[in-house]
Design a protein around this ligand. Structure first.
Ligand code: SF4
Length: 366
């Protein structure tokens, strides 16, 4: 099947216009989907990971390609194996069989038409758990509108408030405006976060803001824009897991983790602005929690027999990298983890709000 969207690709705001059946654009993706890892993931926000894990599928290539990407090997280097729409549908169904709370599609934007087809196939075959679209937000409203009836939960980043930084680290000076428009479309489709009786997300949008060293992500400015343009009921997740990954060491200003003070000032701003649903994270300054992605392009070995997906991919990784487990029993070691997140308790928020009222000085953030 040939996708007209790929013949002259304008799927994302890069608008490369290339024929992806014969060439590649900025993202590096061709016409076939590539996937590196599909596994249960326990390190997302509590309503996404829950107790049984999020059924997470990591796609290869990326249309943003940040120099500091913690998944650089798959986002910029493109590690992964090709998968058809039917194979992707079966991966989703197998994750559902493993009791995943949801299907969590990580960086799927450049494969939107194929992923949409795979979702339709999987739903026809019995996929019933919520679908999470976990993206950079560097996306066009038109592409997001094509997902309206297919995606239940959006989990976008809001990476930069300032075009100068977006240009330097992601070659996307227009990122702040594009991402805000994309998040508005996501929020219009799904509304505020709705969870079931167990606290597992069923529908909604959670915006992730990565706190970077030296204020380079402009997280406080992004919070102010979110509050102004969307409101403070939208759920936000303040991420403290930055460490210099990818090519970050080539940029002195990116070449360290963040401080407690840098992180806390963003938390304080979120509370002072009145956001009502905030997820916070402990700080990390190393790659302990980063997924170990396979560099084996030909030996991914998709399996379709229930619990085998994580194991199969774990074995494939083991083949490719002797540092990683060789036995299926050890496959859980290869599961991608990120630092546990927690919801900021109402009491804690109230206490910090009182402290902020004693020292109101929002200008310092802007
Ligand atoms: S999806 Fe890839 S090829 Fe298409 S416009 Fe975006 S970056 Fe360019």
């Amino acid at each position: 099947m040939q996708y007209p969207q790929l013949v002259s690709c304008h799927i994302c705001p890069r608008n490369c216009g290339v024929n992806r059946y014969t060439e590649t654009g900025f993202c590096g993706a061709g016409s076939e989907m590539k996937i590196n890892l599909a596994t249960l993931h326990f390190g997302e926000e509590p309503p996404i990971s829950g107790s049984k894990g999020s059924g997470t599928i990591f796609f290869s290539h990326c249309n943003l390609r940040c120099v500091f990407c913690q998944n650089y090997s798959i986002s910029s280097d493109g590690w992964g194996s090709e998968a058809s729409t039917l194979e992707l549908a079966k991966l989703m169904l197998n994750l559902q069989t493993q009791q995943a709370h949801n299907i969590n599609l990580v960086t799927p934007t450049h494969y939107s038409p194929q992923v949409a087809d795979a979702l339709k196939i999987a739903k026809d075959m019995g996929l019933s758990i919520p679908i999470v679209w976990n993206s950079s937000a560097y996306e066009s409203p038109q592409t997001l509108q094509s997902l309206t009836s297919l995606v239940d939960i959006y989990l976008p980043d809001l990476k930069y408030a300032y075009g100068i930084h977006a240009a330097k680290y992601s070659a996307a000076a227009d990122y702040p405006a594009i991402a805000m428009a994309a998040i508005k479309e996501m929020y219009a489709q799904t509304g505020n976060l709705i969870s079931d009786d167990s606290g597992i997300a069923k529908r909604g949008t959670i915006v992730r803001l990565l706190v970077m060293p030296n204020g380079l992500s402009g997280a406080q400015k992004s919070l102010l824009r979110l509050a102004d343009e969307i409101g403070t009921e939208i759920s936000i997740s303040l991420m403290g897991q930055y460490y210099p990954a990818g090519k970050a060491s080539e940029y002195s200003e990116l070449n360290r983790g963040i401080t407690e003070q840098e992180y806390q000032s963003v938390v304080d701003t979120a509370q002072e602005l009145g956001f009502s649903d905030i997820y916070v994270q402990e700080l990390s300054c190393c790659d302990t929690w980063t997924p170990k992605f396979s560099c084996d392009q030909d030996n991914m070995g998709w399996q379709n027999n229930g619990v085998a997906i994580g194991v199969a991919i774990g074995v494939a990784i083991g083949v490719a990298n002797s540092d990683l487990p060789q036995h299926p029993e050890d496959a859980s070691m290869t599961a991608p983890l990120s630092l546990p997140m927690r919801r900021l308790a109402a009491q804690e928020m109230a206490a910090q709000e009182m402290a902020a009222q004693e020292n109101p000085n929002m200008e310092q953030y802007l």
